[in-house]
Design a protein around this ligand. Structure first.
Ligand code: BG6
Ligand code: MG
Length: 213
């Protein structure tokens, strides 16, 4: 299928590295500090969702998020990010998903553009830490996105930055919100992990690579 497409647009957390767990552990620790327990299933609710929107989901398991002022929310989100940063501070190429380098090389050999469509403001740090930043032809800055996933904006912007039409690109995601974003934008969706809203799903990146080879 690789010769049918000119661009591959990747999500980061949960696709190129297993940071989804670190994000969720940080939310759980924040909840514990506030004084409540966050149920484990919430990991799938916050997958792909921006920091402040995730905070509202998390706080909603305790009381109405509207009970907090904007400034209080920003302070809590900063606290969560500091917990998260501590968890990823020692990230290295060892934390990269198996098969990622081979997949990037395969795409480069086939002159296929590579873009990153991550909602995370920590993405540039992680790409550098895992030494894969040089593979990307385009990296979307989530601060420039008005409507996060599941809205199509971030994937549309990635295609635009690659100079390609969405139908010429594949989007790879581990989040249902991300798959919705890919579908609405008009790219071909490929899921990683367990997804109910995507037809083509692989357990991990290595399995996708094996399929493409
Ligand atoms: C997404 C993660 O990639 O980025 C979410 O799946 C996270 O869990 C979001 O909330 C924003 O990340 P950050 O690092 O800017 O807080
Ligand atoms: Mg993800």
């Amino acid at each position: 299928m690789i010769d049918q497409y000119k661009g591959f647009v990747f999500d980061l957390d949960g696709v190129l590295t297993e940071t989804s767990k670190a994000h969720f552990e940080a939310w759980k620790e924040l909840a514990a500090k506030i004084g409540f327990e966050l149920p484990d299933h919430v990991i799938d609710e916050v997958r792909g969702i921006s920091r402040l929107e995730s905070l509202d989901i998390v706080l909603g398991y305790n009381k109405n998020p509207q009970d907090y002022s904007y400034d209080e929310k920003v302070a809590l989100a900063t606290q969560k990010n500091n917990i998260y940063l501590d968890k990823i501070k020692a990230y290295s190429p060892n934390d990269l998903a198996e098969g990622a380098i081979e997949l990037f090389e395969l795409l480069k050999d086939n002159h296929i553009g590579i873009a990153l469509a991550s909602a995370s403001n920590n993405a540039p740090f992680l790409l550098k830490a895992m030494r894969i930043d040089h593979y990307f032809d385009a990296i979307i800055d989530p601060k420039t996105i008005k409507n996060g996933k599941p809205a199509p904006e971030i994937f549309l912007k990635a295609c635009e930055m690659l100079g390609l039409e969405p139908r010429e690109c594949v989007g790879i995601e581990d989040a249902e919100a991300g798959i919705e974003s890919i579908k609405t934008a008009g790219l071909y969706p490929i899921g990683i992990g367990k997804l109910s809203n995507c037809e083509e799903v692989y357990p991990d990146l290595k399995a996708l690579l094996d399929h493409l080879l």
